[in-house]
Design a protein around this ligand. Structure first.
Ligand SMILES: CC(C)(COP(=O)(O)OP(=O)(O)OC[C@H]1O[C@@H](n2cnc3c(N)ncnc32)[C@H](O)[C@@H]1OP(=O)(O)O)[C@@H](O)C(=O)NCCC(=O)NCCS
Length: 169
C-alpha cells in the first residue's frame, strides 16, 4: 500500500546530472576506463536521486543488464544523467543515461550506456520505508513511467521464478 500521507513529487524535483573527467586512475589493462568505474558512477548518482525523492537513504536492490556501447578513454568527460521514472511503496526505479565527449569538445557527446536501477528507501534499521508517490508531468515522464512498470513486472516475475526454482534445494 502507498503511504497516502506523503505528498507526490515530479521527476524534475530529484533529477541530477554529474560530469567527471576520466584520468589514468580509472583505466584497465587496455588503457580504457573500467566498466566498474562507470557502474560506480551510475550507482552513486542513482542513489542521490533516490535519496532526494525519498528524503533519506536508499539502497540498490537491482541493476538491470547494462551494455557498454563504446569504450571510454582517459581525457573523456563522462556525463551521468539520472531521473526517477517510477515509485512504488518503498522502491523506486531510477534510469541513468551515460554519455561522453572529449575534454576539448573535439567530438560531440555519444552514448555510453543506459541503466535502470531499483532503489529501496530504508530506515535506520535498513528496513524498507514508504516513499512519496511520483507525479509524472510531461508526456516523456508518463511514457517512462509506463515503461518502468513493464520492467518492474518482468523483474518481479524473474525473482519469483528463481525463488520457485530454488525450493527444495
Ligand atoms: C533491498 C532490500 C532492503 C529489500 O528488502 P526486502 O526485505 O526484500 O523488502 P521487500 O521484499 O518488501 O521489498 C521492498 C521493495 O523492493 C522491491 N524489490 C526488492 N527486490 C527487487 C528486485 N530484485 N526487483 C524489483 N523490485 C525489488 C519490492 O518489490 C518492494 O517494492 P515496493 O515496496 O515498492 O512494493 C534488501 O533486500 C536489502 O537490504 N538488500 C541489500 C541492498 C544493498 O545492500 N545494496 C548495495 C549492494 S551491496
Amino acid at each position: 500500500m502507498h503511504d497516502t500521507t506523503l505528498a507526490g513529487r515530479p521527476p524534475s524535483a530529484s533529477h541530477l546530472t554529474l560530469s567527471q573527467i576520466m584520468d589514468q586512475h580509472h583505466t584497465n589493462l587496455m588503457g580504457t576506463v573500467h566498466g566498474g568505474r562507470i557502474l560506480n558512477l551510475i550507482d552513486s548518482v542513482a542513489g542521490v536521486v533516490a535519496a532526494r525523492h525519498s528524503d533519506g537513504p536508499a539502497v540498490t536492490a537491482a541493476i538491470d543488464e547494462t551494455a557498454f556501447l563504446r569504450a571510454v578513454r582517459v581525457g573523456d568527460v563522462v556525463h551521468v544523467d539520472a531521473h526517477i521514472t517510477w515509485a512504488g511503496r518503498s522502491s523506486m526505479e531510477v534510469t541513468v543515461k551515460v554519455t561522453a565527449d572529449r575534454w576539448d569538445r573535439a567530438v560531440p557527446p555519444t552514448d555510453v550506456a543506459t541503466a535502470h536501477l531499483v532503489m529501496v528507501a530504508v530506515d535506520d534499521e535498513g528496513q524498507p520505508r514508504s516513499v512519496p508517490p511520483l507525479l509524472p508531468q510531461t508526456d516523456g515522464d508518463r511514457r517512462r513511467y509506463r515503461e518502468a512498470q513493464i520492467r518492474r513486472e518482468h523483474r518481479l516475475a524473474l525473482r519469483q521464478a528463481l525463488l520457485d526454482g530454488t525450493e527444495g534445494h
